[in-house]
Design a protein around this ligand. Structure first.
Ligand code: HEC
Length: 257
């Protein structure tokens, strides 16, 4: 074979191989996973709905407490804010007395693990919270929820996350069901608050999914409002949304027995 021939053969071989290699995409989600035994806490099937709703309400209550302290937490004149895990937990627990009253033993155990995770994340952020001289230290209800969700999921297998319409943290990337739920809320308009739910599976594990809308309030607009694309105080581009618009979902996935 002369040089020209061998170049031709190599070119043909490369052309034949190229589509096979291109068919294997890089940087995509692996398939499979979710072995049933990693869903450590499983709700009885008839309790799953109430368990997911309780968790969603508890997380929203935690968000609201952090939100209520936003002024103090972003005051550059204060160093030690006194917003410790213990301080937070006491208020969080108090705000949820009603939820605890009618909780089943399984729900009580799960809520205790949620409290544990939420407190731990506040403790973990003390150095950040207590920085003096800077207003916005990237400590927000959404960040607490993201970190708390990861700690809680690691311990229980129950997934709590807040997929975003245009997410800032890659942890908040919506899955297929969450993406379609968000679209439905956007199509339905601002008054639609009813949760979207489903009994489905994750791997072979039967799960109950609860998704409800997170809508914007006036104080959210400096970051998620208008004008779209202009940087907010943390440097993210604003979403260009208005009060009442959907910004994301409170999404809870509970394994069922
Ligand atoms: C100071 C700017 C700021 C304000 C004010 C703010 N957010 Fe955010 N929001 C962020 C940042 C930054 C993140 C990413 C947090 C993270 O996970 O680290 C975020 C994340 C979120 C997410 C999760 C999806 C995502 O983008 O990753 C939701 C939902 C959300 N915010 C809703 C709200 C709501 C509702 C309010 C008002 C009650 C609000 N935010 C107020 C900056 C802000």
């Amino acid at each position: 074979m002369n040089v020209r021939m061998s170049t031709l053969v190599a070119a043909v071989a490369a052309a034949l191989l190229a589509p096979a290699m291109a068919a294997e995409p890089v940087g995509v989600a692996a398939r499979g996973g979710y072995p049933e035994y990693l869903f450590l806490e499983k709700a009885p099937r008839d309790e799953a709905k109430a368990t997911a709703e309780k968790l969603a309400r508890a997380v929203i209550a935690g968000r609201m407490i952090i939100f209520a302290y936003a002024k103090k937490l972003t005051d550059p004149a204060i160093g030690d804010k006194g917003f410790t895990g213990e301080f937070f937990l006491e208020q969080w627990r108090n705000s949820l007395q009603g939820e605890l009253l009618d909780a089943t033993p399984s729900q009580k155990r799960i809520l205790e693990k949620l409290f544990w995770a939420g407190k731990q994340v506040i403790d973990n952020n003390q150095d950040r919270l207590n920085v003096k001289g800077i207003a916005w230290k990237h400590f927000l209800p959404a960040k607490w929820e993201r970190e708390m969700g990861q700690v809680f999921t690691a311990r229980t297998g129950i997934i709590i996350k807040q997929p975003g319409r245009a997410y800032r943290s890659p942890v908040n990337v919506p899955d297929e069901l969450e993406r379609s739920a968000m679209q439905k809320y956007i199509d339905a308009g601002r008054d639609e608050m009813r949760p979207q739910t489903a009994f489905t599976t994750m791997g072979k594990q039967a799960v109950y999914r609860h998704m409800e809308p997170i809508r914007l309030l006036d104080p959210c607009l400096p970051c998620h409002g208008k004008p779209k694309g202009e940087p907010d105080m943390l440097g993210f581009e604003k979403d260009g949304l208005e009060t009442g618009d959907l910004i994301g979902l409170m999404s809870v996935t509970v394994a069922v027995e």
